[in-house]
Write a protein that binds this ligand. Sequence first.
Ligand SMILES: NC(=O)c1ccc[n+]([C@@H]2O[C@H](COP(=O)([O-])OP(=O)(O)OC[C@H]3O[C@@H](n4cnc5c(N)ncnc54)[C@H](O)[C@@H]3O)[C@@H](O)[C@H]2O)c1
Length: 438
Amino acid sequence: MKVSIFGLGYVGAVSTACLANDGHDVIGVDVDPSKLEMFRAGTSPIVEEGMPELVRKVVESGKVTATNDVSQAVADSRLSFICVGTPSRSNGSQDLSAIERVCEQIGEAIKSKSDPHVVVVRSTVSPGTVEDVLCPLLEKFSGKKNGEGFDVCFMPEFLREGTSIRDFYDPPYTVIGSTSERATAVVKELLAKIDSPFHITNIRTAEMLKYSANVFHATKITFANEMGRLCKAYGVDSHEVMELFCQDTALNISTAYLKPGFAYGGSCLPKDLRALLHMAKTRDVELPMLASVAASNTTHIQTAMDAVVGNGRRNVGMIGLSFKSGTDDLRESPLVSLAEHFIGKGLTLSIYDQEVNLARLMGSNKKFIETSIPHIAELMTSDCRELIKNAEILVVGIKDKDVIEMLHEETQSDQVILDLVNIPDRHKLAGQYSGVCW
Ligand SMILES: NC(=O)c1ccc[n+]([C@@H]2O[C@H](COP(=O)([O-])OP(=O)(O)OC[C@H]3O[C@@H](n4cnc5c(N)ncnc54)[C@H](O)[C@@H]3O)[C@@H](O)[C@H]2O)c1
């Protein structure tokens, strides 16, 4: 395929060399004459393992040309990758000037092209940028409509500097945000030699995915380093701790705890986080990220409180009280905090939790409910169906199968539902639905 690549930095240079190595005819475009010169001379414009040899090879094979002539590059290619920089401004926002300029230039070039051109944005941009900023520019400068005269899609780039050639050929997956079957088909054809799962999603999801991945990586590094500092202060081998930590692929290195939902709570997580922060304090170890975890959790609970109280309806039905589905443990349950807040605000509250059946409660939970939250115990009902029928606003905090079925059957169009657990088959619910973070 004939491809043009805009921006010959890390992403663009590696894509140029690897796609040419796969047999495609690649035109590299950059505004920096020195990068063009280097490519033309068969030398790599970036310092990266394997690139000097690969660039020399593909340039000698005649598969790569380098130019600053945008119209020619677009006219001579089926598809363009946009790989220009999107650096930070001083307030953290993205400086889109380079990518906007490229879209204006590509749009201008598309004007005189008869075949629909495919534009693939690879630069990292925030959700909405492609559809709300870049597409309008392409339309304005080409005088053509997206989906007719050209097709735009977004493909996040996951390669890492240092291992980028390997990452190009063996990515964890390829994700394309696209509403155009034509664009998706062309990209699939281009990457036919790459054997990795291929996911198609909408453009905004693909844009956000790249940020999720990078901030997660930053969070993981910070977590390991904060644990490392604490280990050192306690004379514990941080490498050994983290080696063993990573061996648990059921709970630690896994998909567990990575689903948007409600706040954490219970008898262990809040207590142990507090204890760890106390350990750090006693040895003068600063752990800013871990120290902010509880505040973030509280913000999440506050978000749910505000959604209910701010709604204006006074008659609340809460489904779930324990800190997670399938247990009767009420200690530090965020749902108890919610209930207490609603009572404090003078709302009428009714609560159902089949695990917290007062007659069956034993031991510490019975004592906890009788001594710490007797005011909540009085509000509990054993009839979930009645609770659903009578509430103006429903707060759903457990994912029990029977409860979900009752919600599907009994909710009415004038009710409000706040979902904390990602209720399955939510299209079967009547009423005004919203999730706590979706
Ligand atoms: N570097 C990485 O490892 C990496 C990985 C994944 C995604 N990304 C994202 O990819 C994008 C590019 O990153 P990079 O590190 O390759 O950037 P870079 O700064 O190394 O390269 C950008 C290139 O774009 C060129 N350019 C600027 N304006 C241009 C224009 N109008 N026409 C043509 N070329 C132009 C610049 O001269 C430069 O050579 C960024 O959005 C980045 O966040 C980077």
